[in-house]
Design a protein around this ligand. Sequence first.
Ligand code: ZN
Length: 208
Amino acid sequence: MTTTDGALQPATTALTNAITALINPQPHTIKNQLHWLDSRYDQLQDSIGGNQGQSHTQPRSIPLIWADAVDQLKKIDTQVKKWQPDSLHDDTDTPPTVRRLRLIQQRKWRPQDVRDIEDITANIQAWNEKIDDLLNPLPAWTLPNPCPACNTTTVYHTDSTGERIRKPALQIKPHGCECQNCHYNWSPAYFSHLAAVLGYPLPAGVLE
Ligand SMILES: [Zn+2]
């Protein structure tokens, strides 16, 4: 038994988890109640129809999400077909990509396949994150103040439709408050310091 033999089991488990996260309905808790959302793949497809399905996503402008979702879906369909050309057609309306991913999930892998498995897993995990970004943008809290590090108040982004979007430079994200211009990041531990610099009283519950 080589080291690669030992790596097969964790690699196939990670692959199964990644595929499940992409094509199976997703548990979602709202006020302590469990709901099942359409799979990420289904939600992505729905978003292209200009219809966000049953998902509890934030309303977002359709053109913006549309172009990005079309690109992403095309990328997934093309890549999955490369991995698994045959889709075993059935009578259901299950999309070919979903059928292909299930076939990949059911493959009998060998120890020498570990590298391929990890490569497929990494791709699917990145798609899952991308889909989450597209469909469930994290609420970005912003501050109207100039960045204490670079003095920038506003940054501009170009979205996928070519439209220029204006955003406050200081954004609060899970990993802290980050300037979108100089990317200086104040970790949550430094919020009290940042709040003092910007002249805010501390929000309740930020510390301790
Ligand atoms: Zn800055």
